[in-house]
Design a protein around this ligand. Sequence first.
Ligand SMILES: [Fe+2]
Length: 193
Amino acid sequence: MGRLNNLCKKMIEFYRGDPARIQHFLKVHSFAQLIGQEEGLDEKTMYILEAAAYVHDIGIRPSIEKYGKENGSLQEKEGPAEAEKMMRELGFEPDVIERVSYLVGHHHTYSNIDGMDYQILVEADFLVNYYENQMKEETIRKSVSKIFRTETGKHIAEEMFYPEEFVMSETWAQDGLQELDDFIESQGIYIRQ
Ligand SMILES: [Fe+2]
């Protein structure tokens, strides 16, 4: 727990003065943690997933500093080295750093998702981005059906963006009485008044 909290605090410092970015990665972490736990990830994979969620967008700042702009591929290019440096300073294990850097370098690539940590990071990032980017329901539905794999992730998307509504028909009371009449008739029951 200690190292993960330290990483979270370091990321808050990294994005000092930029509450939108800070709140973005905190939300992504929160969804990732919930999905990971519900999907029964083992301790090590959870640890990697949580670390990756904190640092996944670390490439944005160096991209802007270097190129004056940021996009998915620049982030993927600039992110891993920055994540590695930060995590090494905080004493993370080399194999954890290696996997997290890989995830940072690939989290905008959806064609070759090779593990639950990767899958869940992508789902959590989408759940937050759909809202932050004000995406249309139709677009959300399409991308969820294409990209989401976990039941928990799909359920959260549905509940948050397109909840199934129970629509009561306007004639429900009449329909009910009619059904009762039909039933009584079919059973040959007579009600004496
Ligand atoms: Fe993100």
